[in-house]
Design a protein around this ligand. Structure first.
Ligand code: FES
Ligand code: FE2
Length: 416
């Protein structure tokens, strides 16, 4: 449960909201799948934090990231022509290169060169890494350190990126990725098809949580005492400000090189982009949810509807034994419940239980961070010496004689 004030501070990211300001000021944002941008192809619209941008790949392969509105009279550059290493507004033909310089102004007769040099174009630094285009849209002249997660050194054959746009606030998405206890319940029916492979953990009892705060967020062990006498600890990480390194989707037992990261990036206050980075450090990765159906990589869970159709829930399927009536895939279950909580859920009325410990901790880390940022201090996750590469989800299952921490295969970056 949160006060109305804290819920507001936690969730709102548009305009002057302090959370939006901190996120844009201190962090690089995963913005668009790199493979979506073709050289000289159509500019792609990207909306982040209630702001509208375009991204395009120029003739030489470099990526430009600008405000969508043309600097002249604000026609959409998404309509523009991408040609000869720049994007040209179709209204009066102003052409802007990747670096944000106006290079042609065909409607200016007096001194086009001087006018070109005077125009300021809002453009943003980009990094192409791990098959993603990342952007820094904050105000700093020198962007913060880029998070060099291990997946950021892979290409698309080893990092399968999928995404879906969900019509509710980004924190609801983040919370779902840290909610280990929902997996065996909400996804019960879909789990049965995965179970044979690697989901036996979720047939166990509900987990107890054990959490360590770290310099980037926290690690949360969901500990289950299994019917066969073993103890299974599934360790998920929350990395500021929106990354969930989830041990759920692919249990990270010793020797496993395949991993999944969930990322909830705000589009505006009431919409977010759910990214899934499914990667394998050792070689080509199998597609995430690849077995379920043909799907659009950039829209993995097409719109389900709304309250009026219960987001497409199939009661007949439930009569036949399906747990939720969302038969298409397991993401439809996540999407429907997240949207059913309201566009921005009212956390003043919720009643948390012990299974919500990781969620409550993530909220606290984010609220502490935004308050620190308001005071001019460096928030959690924004210190330049964090070892982002070392963060990985994992699972240990043994006789329970030893504390799970002793089986850690990476250094703990403890919070000070
Ligand atoms: S509005 Fe774009 S060139 Fe005039
Ligand atoms: Fe889920």
């Amino acid at each position: 449960m949160l006060s109305e004030k804290d819920n507001h501070l936690l969730t709102r990211i548009e305009c002057d909201a302090p959370m939006g300001h901190m996120l844009q000021d201190c962090f690089w944002v995963p913005a668009i799948r790199a493979g979506k941008l073709e050289r000289d192809g159509a500019p792609d619209r990207v909306r982040l934090f209630g702001r509208d941008f375009i991204a395009f790949r120029a003739t030489d392969g470099r990526v430009g990231f600008f405000d969508e509105a043309c600097p002249h009279r604000r026609a959409s550059l998404a309509l523009g022509r991408n040609e000869g290493n720049g994007v040209r507004c179709i209204f009066h033909g102003w052409k802007i290169d990747v670096s944000g310089k106006v290079v042609e102004m065909p409607n200016e007769h007096r001194d086009p060169e001087r006018m070109c040099a005077k125009v300021k174009v809002k453009h943003y630094p980009v990094r192409e890494a791990g098959g993603m285009i990342w952007v820094y849209i904050g105000e700093r002249a020198e962007p913060p350190r880029f998070p060099d997660f291990e997946f950021n050194e892979l290409d698309e054959t080893q990092n399968n990126i999928t995404s879906s746009t969900i019509n509710c606030n980004w924190v609801q998405g983040l919370e779902a990725s840290l909610d280990d206890a929902h997996v065996g319940i909400l996804h019960e029916s879909h789990m049965s098809s995965y179970k044979a492979k690697h989901m036996s953990l979720y047939e166990g009892p509900p987990p107890a949580y054990d959490i360590n705060l770290t310099r980037y967020g926290f690690e949360a062990a969901a500990i289950r005492h299994m019917p066969d006498g073993t103890t299974a600890s599934a360790i998920t990480h929350f990395a500021m400000p929106w990354f969930g390194f989830v041990s759920t989707a692919v249990p990270q037992v010793a020797g496993t090189t395949r991993r999944v990261v969930f990322v909830a990036v705000p589009i505006d206050d009431v919409t977010f982009k759910q990214w899934f980075f499914s990667y394998d450090m050792a070689g080509p990765v199998e597609k995430f949810f690849g077995g379920t159906a043909n799907y659009d990589q950039d829209d993995i869970c097409p719109p389900l509807g709304d309250k009026s159709n219960n987001w497409g829930q199939d009661r007949e399927a439930m009569k036949r034994g399906h747990a939720t009536g969302f038969t298409s895939n397991l993401l439809a279950e996540d999407t429907a419940v997240q949207m059913s909580m309201g566009r921005i859920t009212d956390r003043t009325h919720e009643q948390l239980c012990s299974a919500d410990k990781a969620i409550a901790t993530a909220r606290q880390v984010l609220l502490d961070a935004v308050r620190a940022h308001q005071k001019g201090e460096t928030p959690t996750g924004a210190h330049p010496d964090i070892d982002w590469r070392a963060i990985r989800a994992w699972t240990v299952q043994d006789d329970g004689a030893n504390d799970w921490r002793e089986a850690r295969t990476y250094p703990l970056q403890a919070a000070e």
